[in-house]
Every structure is written in C-alpha cells, then in structure tokens.
Design a protein around this ligand. Structure first.
Ligand SMILES: [Zn+2]
Length: 271
C-alpha cells in the first residue's frame, strides 16, 4: 500500500491511498465514524436556570459542543477501573458554567465553560449556548466523558470521513473536436480550454459524475472518464476534537484489535 498526503491542516487531511480495496477503506471509514472515541458532555447538573430554555435543551446543546480530547489521559467509563456510575478523575472531566446577564441581554458562549483540565476545553470559544435577558442566570456543572459515535453523534470525532475512487480522464486529441461542452458542464471545473484544446485542470476534483461524457456531442463520446480500481482519495475532516491523522491512526489500531480478537476466538473455538 502506498499513501500520499495531498493536504493537511489542523482539522483536515486528504490522502491518496493506492493498492488498497473497498472493504478496507470502508472499514476504516466506519470505524472513524462510529468507534474512535472522543470526549463530550454527557451529564449536566443544573444549579440555577432562570433562562427561558428548559434544562434539557441546554444540556443537549452542551453535549453537542465539541471538546478537545485527551485520548491518552482518559479511559472509556466501561473500561475504567473505578466501575462507578459517577466516574473518577480517569474517566470524567468536570466543566462549570456560571453566567449572569447583569446589564441587558447577552449571549453565553462555549468559552465561558471552565474545565478542570485545561487540555479538555471547547474546540471553539465562540459556540453560542444561550441568550440571557437582564437578570437571568445560568449556573451548572457538566460532566464530560469518552464515548463512541455509535452511541451518540456527539461522540463522533469527524464531520466528514469519506473516500472516492481515484479518477482517470482521457481526452484524445485526435477524437475530440474541442467544442468545450464538457468544460462548461463540469460542476467541479475539472477541465479547461487551453489554446483551444480541452485539457485537465484539476483531476482530483472529479467525482465521476459523468456529466462531461453525457455532454459530448460525439458518439461514442470522445472524452473517457474511468477510475482506478485500487486507488482512493480519502478525506477526513475532524470536528477539532482530535487531529485528523490521529483519528485515522486510532481507526487502524481498532481494526487491528478487532481482527486479533476474531482470530483469538476462532482459534479457541476451532480446537
Ligand atoms: Zn473511572
């Protein structure tokens, strides 16, 4: 297998993966979505809420606020040695919010949540939680814990995790009459007209929609769009809770663990 990094920043990674197959790519995609854990608020104790929103709505909003995850510092509650319903400092993070609107209406943002662990804080401090009118108060204690996307979407570490086939486009100059109908119709602007010739501008943007093939007035169409069977472009966009490369690394670790478990059980049962 050959992996090439096309782009990478704080929340995004785009990879070209060659000599792989669909089952593997899909397994990694699904594990990244549903199994790689992240930290999210799971329980809220309301101390004072004189706002117009019910406690449940506020708790729901807090749950969906992405928190930076310290994967190595915490245990999943089900794996934690404490086995306590309330959790311990190895499986739970406490965040406090104490907001009051003293002079006129104001918004309360995620940045006002005070965490006991400076590494587990909201990804952005600009996420609105509630609007308070003058004199209204919101005071609460929130407990965050590691969880998995398969149990609730708030624990999903990715906002995008998708792959597509690596496109292959050919425009044979001897067949193509350069009418540029394919250039105009392409929604991703993959093609361009250079010196009155149809050329490929951005191959990787192609999502194999085949609009260009349908638009070609020739029969059979001059433009040929295909895909490589064993090459993929994978795009991972983290919600900010974990670096994107960490998410895919964790996904591979989990796949490995599951396969080992499968092998172990099979060996034991087949004896
Ligand atoms: Zn614990």
């Amino acid at each position: 297998m050959k992996i090439e990094v096309l782009e990478r920043d704080e929340t995004n990674i785009r990879l070209v993966i060659r000599e792989a197959d669909v089952p593997l790519m899909n397994a990694l995609r699904r594990i990244a979505l549903a199994e790689v854990p992240s930290i999210a608020i799971d329980e809220v104790v309301m101390i004072d809420n004189s706002s117009i929103l019910q406690d449940e709505i506020i708790a729901h909003r807090l749950g969906l606020t992405p928190l930076k995850t310290d994967l190595d510092g915490y245990n999943l509650p089900e794996d934690c040695s404490c086995q306590s319903e309330f959790g311990c400092n190895l499986c739970r993070v406490t965040l406090m919010l104490d907001a009051e609107a003293n002079d006129g209406t104001r918004s309360v943002y995620s940045g006002e949540l005070v965490s006991e662990n400076p590494d587990v804080i909201p990804v952005s401090d600009k996420i609105p939680i509630i609007k308070l009118a003058k004199g209204q108060k919101l005071k609460l204690e929130a407990y965050a814990r590691l969880g998995k996307g398969k149990n609730h979407a708030k624990w999903q570490p990715v906002s995008v995790c998708a792959y597509k086939y690596f496109p292959k486009i050919e425009v044979p100059s001897e067949k193509c009459e350069d009418c540029a109908k394919c250039v105009d119709i392409c929604p991703k602007r993959v093609l361009t007209l250079k010196e009155k010739k149809v050329k490929i501008r951005n191959l990787l943007a192609c999502n194999l929609c085949m609009d260009c093939v349908d638009a070609c007035p020739q029969n059979p169409p001059a433009i040929k769009v295909e895909w490589e069977k064993n090459a993929f472009i994978m795009n991972i966009e983290s919600t900010g809770v974990l670096p994107p490369e960490r998410i895919i690394q964790e996904a591979t670790k989990m796949l490995d663990k599951q396969l080992k478990e499968f092998k172990k059980q099979l060996k034991a049962k087949a004896k």
